[in-house]
Ligand binder design. Structure first.
Ligand code: GTP
Length: 906
């Protein structure tokens, strides 16, 4: 990378070695407190081009938090190096994180690279002193909004919600373990959101670290071309890992042993001594490979290459950086730059920061976010140009004067009133500041004192303050422009995934006018919960407080779900994994101070129908919340038909396929139904039964909610239903009763009718018990392979699908991605594994008993409970695994008998 800043530094060593501080100046600006210092940062206007919204993603324990801590230290944000092992990190600030040394929630932190105030002071002096000027690219100060995400698979939702709003990611690999199962998972999640990525191979100081082997794994398991931008430097060839070779600038950086990493020696490649001659050769070799790889995809670089008569070394570093950047941004190239270091030993982090600002996109360079207005979908650019609103207007039949007025409204007039559009991607309850809602602004500007309309919940909330977060600290902001990430404290309703808009002239009671009030950024998908535990308050008097604490917890983490068992009245908390629920229980009691007890963590099974029901009609006529509620509808339930895979809808028919594998169709049986808000128009065809508050949309939604409630509880085992199709029909001429037919009445009727249908379907032969079967990928060393496979087969009822199959990824077999020809890619040889060619490397790997092996198996979830502990003991701590829900399967035979006894006691 362009490390020219080093050449402008203070020379204190031998003439051919420059020893400099990195970043060059280390003194803090003259201000009294850390917050004042951060305020200084904030006051500096950072343009959108110099903003980077970046995430750090990886398998558990790869070194995300350790690397983040170094970034904060070198950027001047912290004064001392925090460490995971002694619980002193900035980003892992929750008590549970510090206790366990694992990241549980993603932490957002903002800093500048290079550090702004001190650098600008120093550079002015340097230039006056006649020292070399910095290159333009490194002179520019960038603001990095960085999110450190958890690596544990149970907290995948934290990663997903962070990826949703990030513009780029650094994927950290453990140089010993290589590409691990969870690496593949987060990698493919980032690919799903089209997030440009760079890779940092960490822990190269550890025994068994193998950079070359890891580079091969990047190609074979992540299906991308590794662009090796750095090669590791082992002193004298096989000594201590002491630095990196910079392939772009043809120089080497060495970090003296034991320091804090701020002092770095820079040595031009031609000046490396005899002892490191092989290393110098390797840097030159890597340069040729890098230029050739980039030339395959980047026409501009090919032009430069040809101009220079194909002399690889003569291409200017800036041209290579520009070519790399184009490849990173154009993901069709499948080129991913690779860097290396040992963050714990303070080696390699500053060049990684340079790479982030130079190669990662700014918010204007990323894929345009998807949005929807009503039922019309498109992207933000189409919305801002008015195109989406015009489409939306054409999609509604203008049946009444009110609708005509709305649809004829000029789209651009509506858009010009849209002051800001943002996505809430995280909610945190902070003991000091109350609820903090993290937002990413996608268009316009959120200002302090404005109001935000939540288009998911249809409520308006005031923006009393705006903050920029520095992990657990913050600084107030007057406004938050598009492309930025910030925090709004004090919002009472906003949840993760809600779209918030600021619209000029919004009536706080009813919100902005339609259709802009239905504007939604693509929501964040919540994965299904697979484990649950009971939560009981310690006394009746505490029950309310426990419910409130649970609600706060769920608002923070929507991958947790709360339900109440109708029979026992017990509250159930469901989550993504054992560890997830364990931490949730811990936080409920310790952080939210709930006086409650959490029961044993159990598996959430499902029930399925074996036969269809007869139609069942329910008629509700009672008081709900002090108001008369009267409605009637008819439901049938059946095992989900094969063709019911996609939802569709019109005004009198809505079919939804739900995430839990069920589907619901609601239909209005009278033809020619109108959906106007105007009672005068709806009275006639619906025979006077429809009230002004009841449009076809709210009618469908109420029926669907009722059916959903009935499906959440099975007939035989009380587990939610799975793969059931429910049809609900309503005849508005006879089954709606004017203003007495409220949404609550409709939901209640739909719930009762669906329940009756489910019972009727189960009359003949009960329901089938369904269990989650997981797709499990175990990584272990060669020596433990036999024991792990035996245990999976004989103790866990697994079907082992493959061993070391390169086509297998955590999400199953990946057939869609083209293979990388490993013989055409460059990776330096690993000094400790022998061999210089690809074949040598392969042979060395084959002979190596610590080589990582991968087993793919399908295993019932029940048999995976407590597996991590067991795997660690079988593999002497070297094994790890990830699993993802594959499908539900019916439990039959002996296994059904055992489970039935366990669940029902007979
Ligand atoms: N030897 C060595 N150890 C490292 C290095 N980087 C991190 N570690 C250690 O690896 C362990 C895990 O580091 P973390 O930084 O917590 O890893 P993480 O990826 O943030 O972990 P999770 O967030 O829990 O997934 C800690 O004990 C670190 O001290 C490194 O470069 N060399």
């Amino acid at each position: 990378m362009s490390f020219n800043r080093l050449s402008g530094g203070r020379v204190v060593a031998r003439s051919r070695v420059q020893r400099t501080t990195y970043p060059p100046s280390r003194r803090r600006p003259s201000c009294n407190s850390l917050l004042e210092y951060r305020g200084l940062h904030h006051d500096t206007q950072t343009s959108i081009e110099k903003t980077r919204n970046i995430g750090i993603i990886a398998h558990i324990d790869a070194g995300k938090t350790t690397t983040t801590e170094r970034m904060l230290y070198y950027s001047g944000y912290t004064r001392r190096l925090g460490n995971v092992n002694d619980g002193s990190t900035v980003t892992d600030f929750l008590p549970a994180e510090r206790q366990r040394g694992v990241t549980i929630q993603s932490a957002a932190i903002t800093f500048h690279w290079p550090p702004l105030p001190e650098q600008s002071v120093r550079e002015t002096k340097t230039q006056k002193g006649g020292r070399p000027l910095l290159s333009p690219s490194t002179e520019q100060n960038h603001m990095i909004n960085l999110i450190d995400t958890p690596g544990h698979a149970d907290f995948t939702f934290e990663v997903i919600r962070s990826l949703r709003i990030l513009d780029g990611a650094v994927c950290i690999l453990d140089g010993v373990a290589g590409v691990e199962a969870q690496t593949e998972k987060v990698w493919s999640q980032a690919a799903k959101y089209h997030i440009p990525r760079i890779i940092y191979i960490n822990k190269l100081d550890r025994d068994g670290a193998a950079f070359g082997r890891t580079v091969h794994e990047i190609a074979s398991r992540l299906f991308v071309w590794p662009a090796v931008c750095q090669v590791p430097w082992f002193e004298g060839g096989k000594g201590r890992f002491c630095g990196v070779g910079d392939v772009v600038n043809l120089r080497a950086y060495r970090w003296p042993e034991g320091g804090d990493g701020k002092t770095v020696e820079t040595i031009a490649v031609d000046k490396l001594g005899e002892a490191d001659a092989l290393f110098a050769e390797e840097i030159k070799k890597a340069r040729i490979a890098l230029v050739e790889l980039l030339s395959t995809y980047d026409d501009v670089l090919v032009g430069k290459f040809l101009e220079l008569d194909e002399r690889h070394r003569d291409i200017a570093p800036n041209d290579i950086v520009a070519g790399l950047r184009r490849c990173v941004l154009n993901q069709d190239s499948k080129i991913v730059p690779v860097f290396c270091g040992a963050s714990f030993r303070n080696i390699g982090v500053q060049p990684l920061l340079d790479a982030i600002v130079q190669l990662m996109p700014n918010p204007n360079e990323v894929v345009i976010p998807e949005v929807s207005v009503g039922r019309v979908e498109g992207n933000l650019r189409q919305l801002m140009s008015g195109e989406l609103l015009s489409k939306q207007a054409q999609s509604i039949p203008a049946t009444g004067p009110k609708e005509k007025k709305l649809t004829s409204r000029q789209p651009m007039a509506v858009i010009s009133n849209l002051e800001a559009c943002a996505l809430a991607f995280k909610v945190v309850h902070d003991a000091r500041r109350g609820t903090l809602v993290y937002v990413r602004v996608y268009s316009g500007n959120i200002t302090r004192g404005s109001s935000l309309y939540n288009t998911n919940l249809c409520v308006t909330e005031p923006v009393q303050r705006l903050l920029r977060m520095y992990a657990s600290d913050s600084v107030d902001l007057p406004s938050l422009p598009a492309g930025q990430i910030g925090v709004i404290p004090g919002l009472k309703h906003a949840r993760t995934g809600d779209t918030l808009i600021s619209y000029i002239g919004t009536n706080p009671k009813i919100g902005p006018p339609p259709p802009i009030n239905s504007l939604q950024l693509r929501p964040i998908d919540v994965p299904p919960a697979v484990f649950f535990a009971t939560v009981e308050s310690n006394s009746l008097g505490e029950a309310k407080a426990v419910t409130n604490a649970l609600e706060l917890l769920i608002r923070e983490d929507p991958s947790l779900q709360r339900s109440v068992d109708e029979d026992s009245g017990q509250t159930l908390l469901s989550g993504m994994g054992e560890f997830h629920l364990e931490i949730a229980g811990d936080r409920l009691i310790k952080d939210h101070k709930a006086k409650a007890t959490m029961g044993k963590i159990e598996i959430a099974y499902r029930e399925a129908l074996l036969f269809p029901s007869q139609p069942q009609t329910a008629f509700v006529n009672r008081d709900i919340a002090g108001k008369r509620a009267k409605a009637c509808c008819t439901a049938t339930a059946e095992p989900m038909p094969e063709d019911q895979k996609h939802g569709n809808s019109s005004d009198d028919y809505e079919s939804h396929v739900l995430e839990n594998g069920n589907s619901i169709t609601t239909s209005i049986t009278t033809p020619n139904v109108t959906t106007s808000d105007d009672p005068a128009e709806t009275l006639e065809p619906w025979n006077g039964r429809l009230t002004s508050h009841l449009t076809s949309e709210t009618l469908h939604m109420s029926l669907r909610n009722g059916a959903l409630a009935a499906l959440s509880r099975g007939i035989q085992y009380n587990f939610p239903f799975h793969n059931v199709h429910v049809s609900i029909s309503i005849d508005p001429r006879h089954e709606l009763f004017g203003n007495d037919t409220s949404t609550a009445a409709l939901s209640s009727a739909a719930r009762e009718a669906t329940k009756a249908a489910l019972k009727d379907a189960a009359l003949k032969d009960g329901t089938a018990l369904m269990e989650h079967v997981m797709n499990v990928i175990v990584s272990t060393d060669d020596a433990s392979l036999g024991a792990v496979v035996k245990d999976l087969n004989s103790e866990r009822g697994a079907s082992v699908l493959s061993l070391d199959d390169a086509d297998v990824t955590t999400s199953g077999v990946r057939e869609d991605l083209p293979r990388i020809d490993l013989r055409k890619m460059y990776a330096p040889p690993d000094p400790f594994e022998g061999g210089t060619t690809f074949a040598d490397q392969e042979q060395a790997e084959m002979n190596n008993s610590s080589r990582q092996r991968t087993i793919q198996a399908r295993v019932p979830l029940r048999e995976m409970m407590g597996y991590l502990k067991h795997l660690r003991s079988v593999t002497q701590g070297r094994g790890s695994f990830v699993m993802s829900a594959d499908r539900f399967e019916r439990v039959v035979g002996q296994r059904e008998k055992i489970l039935r006894k366990e669940l029902r006691g007979y």
